[in-house]
Design a binder for this molecule. Structure first.
Ligand code: SAM
Length: 356
């Protein structure tokens, strides 16, 4: 299926279109191409159009999905179907995709994550089963997990953009929006941030190894205990460092030791499997602390939050990357660092750092 991409389609949090446009320009340059962003502020998506069409797989391969920070979802933009008839939208889409020789293992009907676009959600919930049937009938949708994912992006019910991503090279959730349940006894919504980070920043193999019962974790800036609860509920022992008050429900899990101390100076007596950090501080200061824990082997892996300034968000992220890189390479250590603007993040990003 050697389809040509006209560009990229990207989803993000409203207000971050500029950051995604810069990321897309870099990614397209890495793929040996160039183009321009068509973006409007606060629309929560953008189209990056290429000056010269390019094989869609080649375009995406230059920057796999885990390497994007501000894009909640991204796929190759193949084409647009307009003037969909009200009576047979599914039939028209299926016929056109079959004529293009397209084959997909999964279809995802998507819209922008804004209040204005929310009405599309009801329409797409009703429409998707009809579309799936129509796509199966013409042989576009097949039960083969290795085939690409077909993304159909609807700005209205009259037109849709056709997108493709390789199997496994996209967000684990449609449009990058996770539907996670608040765990029982959770004292804050921020618990969902760490839950999302486990899925958005770690591979399945890493989760299997890193989230086993019996491991030990430290949570810096832990109160009221949302992040701590994520570990406790998985049977992981937590030392929760914070001078603030910890929620009773979290302490009652019996897995938590509340340590009243300064998270910037406190260290565990023995190395631990995990350290997580949600202290509100200057990003560079947090990055230095994270790098130091990992370089000194105080922990094997860490997930941490970097609160970003309103302007020059990219510069701040690059500064943090440099701090971490310097601290670890000076010691001859190789590492994995992934950063993501999670659905549950606002003016901040979340990062995963591990040795190896
Ligand atoms: C955003 S809240 C953490 C929320 C927590 N992750 C949760 O899920 O409930 C930040 C916390 O960091 C703590 N904090 C800030 N500076 C700290 C420091 N130097 N040492 C320890 N805790 C600190 C604050 O007391 C506050 O409770």
């Amino acid at each position: 299926m050697n389809l040509q991409a006209k560009g990229l389609l990207l989803h993000c949090r409203g207000g971050f279109e500029g950051e995604v446009a810069s990321e897309a320009a870099q990614a397209v340059a890495e793929a040996g191409n160039s183009g321009f962003a068509r973006a409007k502020a606060d629309t929560a998506f953008l189209r990056f159009e290429l000056y010269a069409p390019q094989d869609w797989r080649e375009l995406l391969a230059a920057r796999p999905f885990p390497d994007w920070v501000f894009a909640r979802e991204r796929y190759a933009w193949i084409d647009r179907i307009e003037n969909l008839p009200q009576q047979d939208r599914a039939g028209v889409i299926a016929t056109q995709l079959a004529a293009m020789g397209l084959a997909a293992g999964r279809v995802s009907c998507e819209f922008a994550d804004t209040n204005e676009a929310k009405e599309m959600s009801g329409f797409l919930r009703r429409f998707t089963p009809h579309l799936e049937k129509a796509l199966q009938k013409v042989g576009v949708l097949r039960a083969q997990a290795t085939l690409p994912t077909l993304h159909l992006f609807f700005e209205s019910s009259e037109a849709c953009d056709i997108g493709l991503s390789a199997a496994g090279d996209s967000s684990p959730w449609p449009m990058g929006v996770p539907r996670l349940r608040m765990p029982r006894g959770a004292p804050s919504r921020s618990t969902l941030k760490l839950a999302e980070a486990f899925y958005a920043l770690m591979s399945e193999a890493e989760r299997e190894k890193g989230l086993r019962a019996g491991l030990r974790a430290v949570d810096l800036g832990a109160c009221p205990g949302g992040w701590t609860l994520q570990f406790a509920q998985r049977g992981i022992h937590v030392q929760s460092v914070d001078n603030g008050p910890m929620a009773e429900a979290v302490l009652e899990t019996g897995m938590v030791e509340h340590v009243r101390a300064d998270g910037f100076t406190w260290r565990p007596k023995k190395p631990v499997d995990w350290m997580v950090c949600d202290m509100v501080e200057q990003p560079a200061r947090v990055a230095r602390l994270m790098a130091d824990w990992v370089a000194s082997r105080s922990c094997r892996r860490t997930i941490f939050n970097l609160k970003l300034p309103m302007k020059k968000r990219f510069d701040e992220i690059n500064r943090c990357r440099e701090i971490i890189d310097k601290a670890l390479t000076e010691q001859g250590l190789s590492y994995t660092l992934r950063m993501k603007h999670l659905y549950h993040d606002r003016e901040e990003i979340t990062a995963y750092l591990a040795l190896g």
